[in-house]
Structures are given as C-alpha cells and as structure tokens.
Ligand binder design. Structure first.
Ligand SMILES: [Zn+2]
Length: 487
C-alpha cells in the first residue's frame, strides 16, 4: 500500500469510513430504495461469472507469479534494476497469455538507501563508555547526514501542536522525534486504514515541520502495528518553504525508549544516514489489453502496483495486487472467454514514492477518459476478501448486486460505497471514471507494510485465491454487463 500522503490517507479513510456499508442482497436494497428495480442478469451471464470465480479459486497461477516477483526478482523500488526486470517480466508473462502489451514510459524518482545507524551517546544512568543502539530506517526521499553523521540532543513530541508549543528556542539544533502511536485497537476492530492515516501524517510532513523550527533531523515512530523492533519506511514530502533535513523512522520500541529517557534528562544521539537521490530514471507502466468482443474501445482497468519499498520483497505491498490482475487475464485464457469490453491489465510504477505511473497514465490518456468504463485496483494486501467497494452512486452497487450474490458463496458478499479505491486509479476517479477495490481483512497488514518482513510467507495462498476470484469476477462483470454505469 498505498499511499502517497494525502492521497493515501484520504483513500484509506474513505475506504474505511465512508458510510453506506450495505448488503448486496436485493431485498435489503429494495427496502432502502423502493423505487429501485432489482437487477437481474441473464442466466448465461451468471454462469460465466461463476465459472470465472471457480477457476480463480482453483488456480495457483497468481501464487507462482507472486513467488517469482518476490523471491526471484526481489524488492522493486522505483528506478532500481529489480523494478526494471519486473516490468519486463510482467510484460512477457502477459504476452504469453495473448494480451496486447505496451510499456508506457514514466519518469520516476531514483532514491537509493545508504548506511543507517544511530546510537545514544548521552542519557541518564548510562554505564560509562557505552552507547545504546537505536534501530531506524531512512524515509524514502530523505537527504543524507554528512558521512560521519550528526550528533545532537533529542526532543520528543506526540503531535504537531506539541512541536509548535516547544518553539524554535527548544527545537533548533535538535533531532525531533514525532512519537504518534499507531492505534492497534482501531486496526484490530476493522479500521486499519484509519489507524494508519492517523500515524502517517508525521512521516509525510514531520521533517519539514521540524525544519521550520531549526531542527537538524526528524524521526518518526514507525507508522504501523508491528512489534519485533522492525522499522517501517515510507515516503516523506519536503515542503518548498522549509530546509531539507534527514529523516528516518525508528521502531516503536526505540520510540518508547527515547520518550522514557528524555523525561529523565538530556539525551544525545549520533545519527548516520547516507541515502542518495540520483537523477530521475525512465520506467514504465505495463499496460496489457484483452480486446473486448463488442465494445473494444471501452476499457475496464484491473490493476496493482509493481514497485515496492526496498526493505522487504513487496509481497503484500503490492505484488499481491499485480498478480490478482494477472490472474484475471489468465482465467480468461484458461476458459477461452472474452469480455464484451476490453480488459486492461495494468502494473503501475512508482505508487510508493511519487505516483508517477498513475498520474502519467491519466495525463497520457486524458482524451480517452470517457472510454474508461471502470477501474479496479487492489492494494491492501491479500487478506480474506469481504466484498468490494465502489465509487459513485448506489445505482452502481445496485447494478452489481447479482455479482454480490455470487460472491456471497465465498464470504465476499459485502458492498460498500467509497470515493477512492486506490492511489494509482485516483486520478482516473477524479476525472469521473468509476473506481473499485476489493474489501480485505487488513487487520495485520500494517504490521508488515513497508518493513523488511513484507515477504511471500505473509500471503496465505487460499486467501490470495479468494481475492483473485473477487477481482476477476468483478472485472469480468464490469467488462460484460449490458448496462452502462452511471457517472
Ligand atoms: Zn501499495
């Protein structure tokens, strides 16, 4: 996942907070909107959707593709050789399925992680001639410290208001830690996106807020729920009106330590961060079409993002979303089926630290926006799917009720209105294209998200199949439903 600051937070908040959770059952919708006629699909259409659902539930194609992306290619940060190899690999695999494949060029940031170490060299009660190690990781896009590092006192704040209250006098020359806690209880109760949205603001904007008051570096408590002393990386955003200072995420355990020790007296840290920002690199969205039989000019996008952070292997974020889209094409080929509209599989580039792929696509295709019938993105891992979310009016969900009835057989019969359904398809959504995403169990997603532990073993093969079935059935339904979507 997800998400590039305001886009991401808005997306997640919308996804989890938007009202209108309602069942896909016709009876309930009729109660709520007696004027709405329940939609029925032709029996052959229902049978086709069920065939696709069952084929996806039984296939190991997505799993084997995900294993290759994660284990053979590895992490796929924008601009890296692995990202480039992944582009070629996914393009080749989609060509093998008979799709018409194009690589659409985008320029992406090329940031490379360096050394990242920190230790406390002064704190209350310290044993003579010792230090304490602090586990941290640079935020994507961070500038470097000098090679020998910086040494400064540490101040801890819980939020932006506390920072402002300290003022320049007590912040200048210091390393500021934003100690905003990830609300695990919120996540455990089905609102992981909102918990993430609350915590991630400090990762995105903390460095510039601290720099405006003269801080020499900024740290944030990892935006996620993990234990095991794992730091969570992610992109930061430097404001134009503030000096750029180095920034890193510390583990939750080390954030607690710093909060504890700074209450007892002066704490000084030696911090070394040596990432480099290289010139922007040429990269690509992989765009692959399975032409529609009746309306080939109308496009239904099925997508995930191919780039990932560099610490892990990009399994939950977002190799899973890419292979769900690939699986959609694979079941169509396996069953010898073609949709009425064109199915366009997209593996987006640069969701994590720039959104160049999503923005570039919307710009390059803006004259054809009216032909974009719908866009789906999966970017919240591969936990058990509960249904799907959709932008737009309730009429859209009403039109898809027969699909929800089918998906209910696998426990995925919920539908929900959500204005944003994925950062890469956000620009299309803003231009009026109806957007969709699977609704997933993401209670543990933020334990691993953007950490070294985003690895293949975090994906349950059966739950990946369930997601593939939701995405493929939804994609085929959208691509072949006789009605047009209100927009
Ligand atoms: Zn993602």
């Amino acid at each position: 996942m997800r998400k590039y600051f305001s886009v991401s937070i808005a997306t997640l908040t919308a996804l989890f907070l938007s009202g209108g959770v309602f069942s896909g059952r016709p009876a309930r919708a009729q109660l709520a909107r007696p004027q709405t006629q329940p939609i029925q699909y032709a029996p052959e259409f229902v049978a086709e959707i069920k065939k696709i659902q069952q084929a996806a539930l039984a296939s190991d194609y997505a799993w084997s593709q995900l294993a290759h992306l994660c284990n053979n290619i590895g992490p796929r940060l924008s601009g890296s050789p692995q990202a480039q190899t992944a582009v070629q690999y996914v393009a080749e695999q989609l060509r093998k399925l008979g799709l018409e494949v194009k690589l659409e060029k985008v320029m992406v940031p090329h940031w490379v992680r360096g050394q990242e170490t920190a230790e406390l060299i002064q704190f209350a009660g310290m044993a003579p001639h010792t230090t304490q190690k602090i586990v941290l990781t640079a935020l994507g896009g961070s500038v470097a410290t000098p090679a020998e590092g910086i040494t400064a006192g540490v101040v801890v704040v819980n939020n932006f208001d506390e920072l402002q209250a300290l003022g320049r006098e007590r912040v200048a020359g210091k390393i500021v830690l934003f100690n905003a806690k990830f609300d695990q209880q919120l996540a455990d109760n089905g609102f992981p996106g909102q918990a993430y949205g609350q915590a991630v603001a400090y990762r995105g904007g903390g460095a510039s807020a601290a720099a405006r008051l003269g801080a020499v570096a900024a740290l944030n408590r990892s935006a996620g729920g993990a234990d095991y002393r794992l730091p969570h990386t992610g992109a930061l955003r430097y404001a134009d009106d503030a000096p750029k200072i180095p920034a890193a995420a510390v583990t939750t355990e080390d954030a607690d330590l710093l909060a504890h020790l700074t209450q007892q007296g002066e704490v000084r840290m030696h911090l070394v961060l040596t990432p480099q920002t290289l010139p922007d690199a040429e990269s690509y969205n992989v765009v692959a079409d399975l032409k529609g039989t009746e309306h080939p000019e109308q496009i239904v996008i099925v997508s995930g993002h191919l780039d990932s952070w560099d610490l892990g292997r990009g399994a939950i974020d977002d190799g899973a979303g890419v292979v769900m889209a690939m699986q959609t094409a694979q079941v169509m080929k396996e069953l010898g089926m073609r949709p009425k509209r064109t199915l366009r599989i997209i593996a987006w580039m640069n969701e994590e630290n720039g959104l160049a792929g999503g923005r570039g696509y919307a710009e390059a295709h803006k004259s054809e926006i009216a032909n974009h019938f719908a866009a789906i993105e999966a970017d919240l891992g591969a936990g058990h799917p509960l249904g799907f979310s959709a932008s737009g009016t309730r009429e859209v969900l009403n039109l898809l009720q027969p699909l929800s009835v089918i998906l209910q057989s696998q426990g995925a019969g919920v539908t929900r209105a959500a204005e944003e359904n994925g950062s890469d398809i956000g620009p299309l959504g803003a231009a009026g294209v109806p957007t969709f995403a699977p609704i997933q169990d993401a209670r543990t997603y933020f334990n691993y998200h953007h950490t070294a532990a985003d690895t293949l073993d975090k994906i349950n093969p059966k739950e990946l199949q369930e997601n593939c079935a939701v995405v493929a059935s939804l994609a085929y339904t959208l691509a072949s439903v006789p009605q047009s979507l209100p927009r």
